[in-house]
Ligand binder design. Structure first.
Ligand SMILES: *[C@@H]1O[C@H](CO)[C@@H](O)[C@H](O)[C@H]1NC(C)=O
Ligand SMILES: *[C@@H]1O[C@H](CO)[C@@H](O)[C@H](O)[C@H]1NC(C)=O
Ligand SMILES: *[C@@H]1O[C@H](CO)[C@@H](O)[C@H](O)[C@H]1NC(C)=O
Ligand SMILES: *[C@@H]1O[C@H](CO)[C@@H](O)[C@H](O)[C@H]1NC(C)=O
Ligand SMILES: *[C@@H]1O[C@H](CO)[C@@H](O)[C@H](O)[C@H]1NC(C)=O
Ligand SMILES: *[C@@H]1O[C@H](CO)[C@@H](O)[C@H](O)[C@H]1NC(C)=O
Ligand SMILES: *[C@@H]1O[C@H](CO)[C@@H](O)[C@H](O)[C@H]1NC(C)=O
Ligand SMILES: *[C@@H]1O[C@H](CO)[C@@H](O)[C@H](O)[C@H]1NC(C)=O
Ligand SMILES: *[C@@H]1O[C@H](CO)[C@@H](O)[C@H](O)[C@H]1NC(C)=O
Ligand SMILES: *[C@@H]1O[C@H](CO)[C@@H](O)[C@H](O)[C@H]1NC(C)=O
Ligand SMILES: *[C@@H]1O[C@H](CO)[C@@H](O)[C@H](O)[C@H]1NC(C)=O
Length: 603
């Protein structure tokens, strides 16, 4: 916002006049003794090592997190935070205060939170009172979290997918997942920044950018694509701005930011977590997922949010396929790897990885083998040549090949047209009723919304994604059904399931290099689950990349078992492939390039 100097000046004058009349009207006498004591007590005379990054300091000191009431909570697990609250060393109110201060300390650099919940401290205080009375609701009682800004909260916060177009709109209710987390006693601290409209609006854009949220950045490299579209959710967890977060995925938007910020990401089967109250992209692929620093932390979040919801009929598919008592019982140690059988879809996914990443990931594979796992190489997806783009993520790859009737984008853009209309129909207090309204808003407000190409640095192609969706009129024609059928068949029974049944050998999971975005794109089209754990960082960009497990529908229990077993193996064997060995370096924290660099070696 750049107000004219004149309006600044007149604003100040009006303000001074108002103050003067206030003073004249008052007859009270004031005690101004020790005025400078009060004033001086508010100064920060020794800003280091916390609130100002010290020039030339080493990474660990640049943005170190202050202790909380004397307790070190930087990189604390949720269990550790619970034990501090159980022992009385910390209250939830103190914890929320400390994470809010962590956000003040870091937000101008990484911008992971878009909006704070003004009621967070009051909610925490209520939960502290419950704990005092002996009620602890779940492992998340009193633990703060954030949700991506496309997940509705029926409170004082906005739900906008990062777009000013939805500012002030009133949602009918909490998203189901938010409701469940509130019931579990977690504290909704804020909304996470994201790529605007979860990347549906444009195909050439700055990942992590939105009109309302500005540019989210990774503390590993401030110039490159920080991962998206759930950028802020992953970045906040990675930088201790919050212990866990929720994001959403249609095609890579949970796993990609997780693996690019060295955190655990769980992208559940479509239908495990309700999408009610989530600003949609495609009913066929949207899913709500969780971010944590450890598999256990992310599983606590998943356990709180999964389940059947009458407002999202896809969730009925999970009946009989989910465990009683939650997924936490499947967390395992490295002994679980003995006898496990993992497949490597080499030509399908691995051959596309950057050589340096490949070397590190294969190092992890050999550790799994040493721990007693059987690795089967060459477990290909039968149609990989038709469905896996050799040139990076491409959700219109079918069209690139000359067959729009075999392209994911052919049905996603139709779904969006229809699904967004349904979402908008439940909002009040907004003129936005259709995709056409949003498109027009972005044109009318081109300066902030970049509605036409070449104007806004974050949206090089304007809103071509929205225009493509608008052009379909939401019509589910022959092309739509052929594309949907093709993508589902070649990624499900003739895809991931076929690879898992490799030559008659039943595999427990497929291993995938998630920075090869096409690999998680295939799981996205299938609606199948993926879990990524942190692997290492690239020498050229400093950016992290993950190691992923992929399975069939509703195989979360299996994936959680092996992801946690691998996490334990890497920790107990003292390997370098652990998050603690690759903390953010915060180098170049003053860099502000927009758009963030999407393609570069090792990025
Ligand atoms: C003056 O105020 C400061 C900060 O409020 C306080 O620490 C100090 O004790 C006060 N001094 C006196 C003499 O009251
Ligand atoms: C940081 O390093 C530069 C170059 O060596 C030096 O000029 C500057 O004084 C240093 N700043 C601090 C705060 O030490
Ligand atoms: C927690 O409080 C206990 C005493 O109440 C103390 O012994 C312990 O050191 C405290 N722990 C931390 C991490 O501050
Ligand atoms: C959900 O309901 C819609 C419309 O009522 C129906 O078309 C669709 O097949 C249902 N989906 C599932 C997975 O049950
Ligand atoms: C690993 O898990 C197994 C099975 O749950 C258990 O028997 C064993 O004690 C655990 N080992 C370690 C080192 O925690
Ligand atoms: C898997 O097989 C391919 C050849 O099909 C080979 O190039 C690659 O090195 C093998 N990878 C592993 C981990 O054995
Ligand atoms: C994206 O847009 C920018 C700015 O308009 C342009 O320079 C760039 O070439 C575009 N990239 C692609 C891949 O089209
Ligand atoms: C279906 O609609 C799309 C636009 O959404 C169009 O490109 C395609 O040609 C149509 N297919 C048929 C068979 O009419
Ligand atoms: C897509 O259209 C082509 C003809 O252009 C046809 O050969 C192919 O079978 C169609 N694909 C599907 C999945 O129906
Ligand atoms: C799978 O079976 C086919 C046909 O029997 C064979 O050609 C192929 O080498 C086998 N692949 C592996 C990796 O064992
Ligand atoms: C960020 O990534 C770019 C592109 O790979 C690289 O040139 C730059 O050196 C990296 N910056 C840091 C701080 O690693």
């Amino acid at each position: 916002m750049h107000p004219q100097p004149t309006s600044h000046a007149s604003g100040r004058v009006a303000c001074v006049l108002a103050l003067a009349s206030l003073v004249r009207a008052s007859s009270a006498t004031y005690n101004t003794a020790n005025a400078s004591g009060l004033a001086n007590s508010q100064l920060l005379t020794d800003p280091f090592p916390y609130y100002f990054p010290r020039e030339n300091a080493s990474a660990a000191k640049l943005f170190a997190m202050p202790t909380c009431n004397g307790v070190t909570i930087e990189d604390a697990t949720i269990d550790e935070l619970q034990s501090y609250m159980a022992s009385g060393n910390l209250t939830s109110e103190q914890l929320v205060t400390c994470y809010m201060q962590r956000n003040f300390q870091t937000t101008e650099y990484i911008h992971s939170i878009l909006e704070m919940n003004p009621d967070a401290l009051a909610i925490a205080a209520t939960l502290d009172a419950e704990r005092k009375d002996g009620q602890v609701r779940s492992p998340l009682h009193g633990i703060p979290f954030i949700v991506k800004d496309n997940i509705a909260s029926k409170d004082k916060m906005q739900t906008t997918a990062g777009s000013w177009a939805l500012q002030g709109s009133v949602v009918p209710r909490d998203a189901h997942v938010v409701h469940k987390l509130r019931q579990a006693g977690a504290v909704l601290m804020g909304k996470a920044t994201l790529s605007e409209w979860a990347d549906m609006r444009s195909n050439n854009y700055s990942e992590g950018y939105s009109g309302r949220g500005g540019q989210a950045r990774s503390s590993y490299n401030f110039t490159v694509n920080p991962g998206g579209s759930s950028s802020g959710s992953a970045i906040a967890v990675s930088n201790n701005v919050v212990p866990f977060a929720l994001g959403t995925e249609t095609d890579g938007s949970v796993i990609n930011p997780a693996e690019r910020n060295a955190v655990v990401g769980i992208k559940p089967t479509v239908g495990l977590t309700s999408r009610n109250g989530v600003i949609p992209e495609s009913t066929h692929q949207d899913t709500v997922g969780a971010f944590g620093k450890t598999v256990r932390d992310a599983v606590y979040a998943l356990d709180a949010i999964y389940g059947v919801d009458s407002r999202d009929n896809y969730t009925s598919a999970q009946v009989g396929k989910t465990p009683g008592g939650g997924f936490v019982q499947y967390l395992a140690n490295s002994t679980a790897l003995k006898g496990a059988k993992f497949g490597i879809p080499w030509a399908s996914f691995w051959a596309l990885a950057d050589q340096e990443q490949l070397d590190y990931l294969l190092d992890i594979v050999s550790l799994l083998e040493k721990a007693g796992a059987t690795i089967v190489n060459g477990t290909e997806l039968p149609y990989y040549k038709e469905i896996v783009s050799p040139d990076g993520w491409n959700w219109d790859y079918g069209t690139t090949r000359g067959y729009s009737n075999e392209s994911e984008y052919s049905y996603v853009k139709v779904d969006f047209y229809n699904n967004i209309a349904t979402y908008l129909s439940e909002l009040s207090n907004t003129p936005m009723r259709s995709l056409a309204d949003i498109v027009q808003y972005n044109i009318d407000n081109v300066g902030t919304e970049g509605g036409t190409p070449g104007i806004h640095p974050a949206f090089g192609s304007g809103q071509d994604g929205f225009l493509a969706s608008l052009a379909t009129g939401g019509i589910m024609n022959e092309t739509y059904w052929q594309a949907l059928g093709f993508c589902q068949r070649t990624t499900r029974e003739d895809g991931i399931d076929a690879a898992l049944l490799h030559n008659g050998t039943k595999l427990d999971a497929l291993l995938a290099p998630p920075d090869v975005a096409q690999s998680i794109q295939i799981a996205a089209q299938a609606g199948y689950p993926v879990i990524t754990i942190p692997a290492y960082v690239h020498s050229l960009s400093g950016m992290p990349f993950g190691f992923a497990f992929m399975g069939t529908a509703f195989s979360e229990a299996t994936l959680i078992k092996y992801a946690s077993a691998t996490e334990h193996l890497l920790a107990s064997s003292g390997s370098k492939y652990q998050r603690k060995h690759t903390p953010p370096q915060w180098e170049g924290y003053l860099e502000r390039v927009i758009p963030t660099v999407a393609q570069c070696t090792g990025c």
